[in-house]
Design a protein around this ligand. Structure first.
Ligand code: R5P
Length: 265
């Protein structure tokens, strides 16, 4: 069922105090987290135009955007869309909705990608990949002219990576313990644990690319994220990590008081 978001107060501003500019204070609404995700997703789909090549994100928030794109195609309100899915799961969902699909080989430049995130910092840096799709997401979103991130307000953090929640790193399965230990030792100074992600029946979780994921649980602010990113990527055995630095062009945040849009400057 489509959720109406029109009554929401929508701001487009630089700071989290943007709600202050309303003439009368917005009233909190009792919405579930999933309803907030859907509101952010529907708002992002307003950026979609007929004829676009679209990066289709993965996760419980992006799922709403893909549903909405399918719905608008079915209604004839969008035409000639080509979707580039960021995971096998999204590929299945898009196919079930009749969204025409392609890949980066055929479409190396993407008009717009829409995806969720696990954490967003004030500079629009992200943590992604707690659903396991970071590599394809980074390839596709990195090839996008515009990358719109959709989140509920619980995803906003002061700095990424210091929450002790997972910072995922995709690694090759070969001697994964060796690579996990190198990662742990690299980030040791920030209070870091490194755990192999487990999937069904306690076996290693395997990504769409046949790799494993080590979840780094970092306790402290890592400071220069670019330097940390470079150091992680220099480790043999590492395929990619879930910090998406300076990639998002816009973040749409749905909260109890309304929707806020933050743009990269
Ligand atoms: O691998 C998963 C993706 O990066 C997701 O976009 C991210 O984990 C956010 O997922 P959700 O919208 O379910 O919170």
């Amino acid at each position: 069922m489509a959720l109406a978001y029109d009554p929401l107060f929508i701001t487009s501003d630089k700071s989290l105090s943007a709600f202050d500019v309303a003439s009368s204070p917005p009233q909190p609404m009792n919405l579930t987290q999933d309803e907030l995700k859907r509101i952010a997703a529907y708002k992002a789909v307003e950026f979609v135009e007929s004829g676009m090549v679209l990066g289709l994100g993965t996760g419980s928030t992006a799922k709403h955007a893909v549903d909405r794109i399918g719905e608008l195609l079915r209604q004839g309100k969008l035409e000639n869309i080509v979707g580039i899915p960021t995971s096998k799961k999204t590929q299945e969902q898009a196919l079930s909705l009749g969204i025409p699909l392609s890949d980066l080989d055929a479409h190396p430049v993407i008009d717009l990608s829409i995806d969720g995130a696990d954490e967003v910092d004030p500079y629009l840096n992200l943590v992604k990949g707690r659903g396991g799709s970071l590599l394809r997401e980074k390839m596709i979103e990195g090839a996008s002219k515009k990358f719109v991130v959709i989140v509920d307000e619980s995803k906003m953090v002061k700095h990424i990576g210091g929450s002790k929640l997972a910072l995922p790193v995709e690694i090759v399965p070969f001697c994964w313990k060796f690579t996990a230990e190198k990662l742990r030792s690299l980030l040791e100074g920030y209070g870091c644990e490194a755990n192999l992600r487990l999937g069904e029946k306690g076996k290693a979780f395997v990504t769409d690319n046949g790799n494993y994921i080590v979840d780094m649980h970092v306790e402290e602010d890592m400071g220069d994220l670019g330097a940390v990113s470079d150091a992680i990527l220099r480790l043999p055995g590492v395929v990619e990590h879930g910090m998406f630095l300076d990639m998002a062009s816009t973040v749409i945040i749905a909260g109890e008081l309304g929707v806020k849009i933050k743009n990269k400057h």
